[in-house]
Ligand binder design. Structure first.
Ligand code: SAM
Length: 278
């Protein structure tokens, strides 16, 4: 990734290689949650699906398993680096029905309608998610599916409290808010679907829960802090020394163990609807 690409990248977590790798590890942690969500939404074999904000391609690859070889997937993302990575990964997976293009929700257009328009962790990075939802809904055929799964970062907590987790979540929420991203996007889906003129959605929520000295939640928090570090420093929210990202997951594990705590990760809130039939 060139410096010019990084400078043009408005996405607060950037698209450095470590962020694309983080998205891939995150996708593994959440795969079952997103698969169940798409299943509940009615995604099925043979469908033509649009993946909004496809990043490294992980959601598209999951959709490819659901819709099978007779289905079709188009993923789009404003980052040409993410699109190139997703395209390369699709080729190495031998997926001939999964394509990625560069585009932004505010200006992409498609000639053919989709059976489903979906996205994960993407409305939260858009300046006007309601306008985006309204626009994206126009790409769905009558009776088709609109399904977005978004994060609620305010749901991540431990009991008894684990100070390093509380501190990370405070830094994360502040950095997202100061960058124009929405740390509570999942909690706003229901209202946003309505504001976009969509039918009332069905909501669901899933989260990881864990305890003990090692758990994927801790690595997940450390990974997101690594990608946020340039923003944390640029905005004077925290220094690299304070975050100490290399030891973060291990320190969280030690504190969780010492406090005999149980940790709930960020909530994944999903909302799906079927558009009115023609
Ligand atoms: C957290 S990543 C999620 C990637 C993927 N959906 C996943 O779950 O692995 C968010 C992605 O949304 C993309 N994004 C941000 N704003 C967007 C917009 N206006 N239109 C489309 N994608 C956007 C970013 O470039 C980034 O790749």
């Amino acid at each position: 990734m060139t410096t010019e690409q990084q400078n043009n990248d408005k996405y607060v977590l950037g698209h450095a290689d470590h962020e694309i790798e983080r998205l891939s590890r995150q996708a593994q942690r959440y795969e079952q949650f997103t698969r169940a969500f798409f299943h509940d939404a009615g995604m099925a074999e043979g469908m033509r699906v649009l993946d909004v904000g496809s990043g490294g391609g992980d959601v598209s690859f999951l959709i490819a398993q659901i819709v099978g070889p007779t289905g079709q997937i188009v993923g789009f993302d404003p980052s040409s680096h993410a699109v190139a990575t997703a395209t390369q990964r699709a080729q190495s997976l031998g997926l001939t029905n999964t394509h990625f293009i560069t585009g932004d929700a505010s200006n992409v257009t498609f000639a053919e309608p989709f059976d489903a328009v979906v996205g994960r962790f993407v409305l939260q990075f858009m300046p006007d998610p309601v306008a985006a939802l309204r626009r994206l809904a126009s790409f769905v055929r009558p009776g088709g599916i609109i399904a977005f799964q978004e994060m609620d970062n305010s749901g991540c907590h431990a009991f008894p409290p684990v100070p390093t987790i509380s501190q990370c979540m405070q830094w994360l929420i502040t950095a997202m808010e100061q960058s124009g991203a929405d740390p509570r996007s999942g909690l706003k889906l229901w209202a946003r679907y309505q504001a976009a003129g969509l039918p009332l959605p069905t909501l669901s929520m899933r989260a990881l829960v864990g305890a003990g000295p090692e758990h994927p939640i801790y690595e997940g928090l450390a990974g997101i802090m690594r990608s946020l570090l340039p923003t944390l420093e640029a905005k004077g929210i925290a220094t690299a020394q304070e975050v100490d990202v290399e030891t973060l997951a291990q320190r969280i594990g030690q504190e969780v163990s010492a406090n005999q705590a149980t940790v709930v990760g960020q909530n994944l809130i999903g909302a799906f609807v079927r558009t009115p039939a023609a």
